[in-house]
Ligand binder design. Structure first.
Ligand code: HEM
Ligand code: HEM
Length: 179
């Protein structure tokens, strides 16, 4: 029997747009912006939601309905959308968030985020995600779930998050939104 293949636009319109926006600039701050994100990173996340390596009740359901080809098409679609930037909520230049992002925290061995997420927050090819412009709420949730081990698909980030306090996480999560 012929398989019915849906285009990325069709899947986005029917499913993803409700939570991530039709252009990947989610309005709900708990949901990540996907616009401008590296396609390889997006494919990795969808694959790991499907396999359960990255646990999330909502997204595992979404990803289990996608084929490898759908994932590639959706990743290409969202990575090509223009990211809409937002201002930092409270702390910018000279703030604790900026210090952590650019210099890490020497006393507790937290490395500079910029080493892997880039000086401008745009990430590095291919699987180092863009953080610049991402919602503070979403970033904070990820740091917390790396620390608890609920998000277990990123050993580097788990190690880093276990060394961070709530206040440090909040500061850097606020900073990256405005990057
Ligand atoms: C996370 C894609 C549908 C809610 C993500 C991520 C991707 C993604 C790639 C991870 C982003 C990152 O790590 O930066 C998609 C696609 C969809 C879809 C391609 C359509 C097929 C939805 C829908 C909802 C939703 C319909 C809401 C009902 C979320 C939430 C997260 C997320 C809450 C964060 C999960 C967490 O905290 O780990 N999505 N999504 N998504 N998505 Fe979706
Ligand atoms: C993912 C924050 C330092 C490598 C992430 C995510 C956040 C984050 C919020 C999830 C992004 C998303 O879901 O869209 C930070 C902060 C850092 C930091 C605040 C500094 C305190 C680093 C460093 C490295 C690194 C130094 C490299 C040694 C990665 C990688 C991922 C990631 C590879 C993707 C994980 C995956 O595939 O699921 N980081 N990061 N990060 N980070 Fe970091």
């Amino acid at each position: 029997a012929p398989t019915t293949t849906k285009t990325a636009e069709q899947i986005v319109g029917a499913v993803c747009s409700a939570c991530h926006g039709v252009d990947g600039n989610s309005v709900i701050t708990a949901n990540p912006k996907l616009a401008g994100q590296h396609p390889e990173y997006l494919v990795k996340q969808l694959t790991e939601f499907k396999s359960g390596k990255r646990a999330n009740a909502v997204m595992s359901g979404m990803a289990s309905a996608l084929s490898d080809e759908d994932m590639k098409n959706l990743a290409a679609y969202f990575s090509n959308q223009k990211l809409k930037l937002a201002a930092a909520k409270s702390n910018g230049a000279g703030s604790l968030g900026e210090k952590i992002y650019r210099g890490g925290i020497a006393a507790t061995g937290v490395p500079a985020c910029a080493a892997c997420h880039g000086a401008t927050g745009s990430g590095l090819p291919k699987q180092f995600p863009r953080l610049g412009g991402q919602h503070t709420d979403y970033v904070l949730t990820q740091l917390r779930t790396f620390r608890t081990g609920e998000r277990a698909n990123a050993p580097m980030m788990m190690t880093i998050a276990t060394k961070m306090t709530d206040a440090e996480m909040a500061a850097v999560a606020d900073y990256v939104q405005g990057l």
